[in-house]
Design a protein around this ligand. Structure first.
Ligand SMILES: [Zn+2]
Length: 407
């Protein structure tokens, strides 16, 4: 028997048959699980050692083939040298392709195979595309990745490296996602895009970040969770995960959610500042900035994300390129964590909130480092001066140490 039903967020109808969109109105579907067996789920939460140990809350068949390669179970590291007491970094850069999107792809590909997919397609700014390409390799099915033509070449190279077929599109990542929404049925492709309106099956993946954080903090709930927002699914997913834990009685409250964006692409932050309703977020015309992983002209999961920010009495703010560069460097130099620029934006927002007193003394904050910055090395390399080589000889080395490091 199925443990979940898909419910349409728009018309509220519920469905037993799996579908990518509401068969009636085309609205976004989400999976609603029976929480009748609370003790079983509580034991599952307490004992989970791997991502797939949470499968009772995934929208997949009990017995299907799983496409997995050790995603999830990422470290929660206490920041010790950043000067912000009570700050933890959830390092999603440790996932197989270097971002939290691997969680989404493990479920998406397992589901696509269960539904008989012979090929998949995705619109992505690089992170989800690389994750999809890697999991497609594991699944052994063709993968078409539509990326904005402006995507940095190293990100395209990574997708191609895994053997996926890359299609650069003249438009933003939102344009790519909307375009494939129109061609999926034509070619019989399954949509593994990480936006719930196009692929509801990945939306439960990010809930596991909440499950893991709660377990890692011995079931204490952080006061705040800071998340970079591109599409917004990760923010609403983490918040829903904490709602599950509360419903199961494993925790006693919810965290306040912080949405972080880049100044050059901040549709959700703008809506928050203007106190707009979650359904009133407006598209950005020309996304700009170095945080390409969150350069979504329109956050396709922004409605649920902004609702989570409001409901949790959270906050939303942005960071500019300069602030992001500085924070990215700081995270590397002080904590040894190579965060992608999108994640550095979340740290910048936490820093500002701490400075302004919005985050108070003694409060616990988790900043989600969504991806590994190694993907941005060509840009970072271009921004720094690399050292000249020295002759392999002791007197030359001594002169070098004296001139370079004054020792
Ligand atoms: Zn509907």
């Amino acid at each position: 028997m199925k443990r979940y039903r898909q419910v349409c967020r728009r018309c509220k109808k519920s469905w037993d048959e799996d579908a990518y969109r509401c068969p009636d109105c085309g609205g976004t579907l989400h999976s609603v699980y029976e929480f009748r067996d609370r003790e079983y789920l509580k034991t599952m939460m307490k004992n989970a050692e791997t991502f797939w140990d949470y499968r009772a809350l995934f929208p997949v068949a009990e017995t299907g083939k799983r496409i997995t390669m050790g995603e999830g179970k990422t470290p929660l590291v206490a920041a010790e040298r950043l000067g912000i007491e009570g700050l933890f970094l959830k390092n999603e850069g440790m996932n197989p392709s270097g971002t939290f999107k691997d969680r989404c792809m493990s479920i998406s590909f397992s589901k696509a195979l269960e539904l008989g997919a012979r090929g998949v397609v995705i619109g992505s700014a690089g992170n989800a595309g690389a994750a999809a390409a890697a999991y497609a390799a594991r699944a052994g099915i063709p993968c078409y990745v539509m990326v904005p033509a402006s995507t940095p070449s190293q990100r395209i190279a990574m997708i191609a490296h895994y053997g996926a077929r890359v299609i650069p599109v003249e438009g933003s990542v939102t344009d790519c996602i909307e375009l494939i929404g129109q061609v999926c049925e034509t070619y019989g492709w399954h949509n593994v895009t990480t936006a719930a309106p196009y692929n509801p099956f990945q939306a439960d993946a990010e809930k596991t970040i909440a499950y893991e954080v709660a377990k890692q903090l011995s079931w204490q709930v952080p006061d705040w969770i800071a998340v970079p927002v591109g599409g917004g699914g990760i923010l609403s997913g983490i918040y829903e995960g904490f709602q599950d834990l509360l419903a199961l009685g494993l925790t006693d409250r919810l965290p306040r959610m912080i949405a972080a964006q880049e100044t050059g692409c901040n549709p959700l932050v703008r809506a928050f500042r203007e106190k707009k309703a979650p359904g009133e977020i407006e598209r950005i015309e020309h996304p700009q900035g170095i945080a390409v992983a969150i350069a979504d002209a329109f956050p396709l999961d922004g409605e649920t994300a902004l609702a989570a920010v409001y409901q949790s009495q959270g906050w939303a703010d942005d960071a500019d390129d300069e602030e992001i560069r500085r924070a990215q460097s700081l995270l590397g130099r002080r904590e040894g964590i190579f965060a992608e620029s999108a994640s550095a934006a979340a740290y910048v927002v936490v820093e500002k909130m701490r400075r302004s007193g919005k985050i108070r003394d003694g409060e616990c904050v988790v900043c989600v480092v969504t991806g590994n910055g190694v993907k941005e090395l060509p840009r970072i390399e271009g921004e720094m001066e690399l050292p000249e080589p020295v002759a392999c000889e002791i007197s030359a080395l001594k002169r070098y140490l004296a001139s370079q490091f004054q020792i």
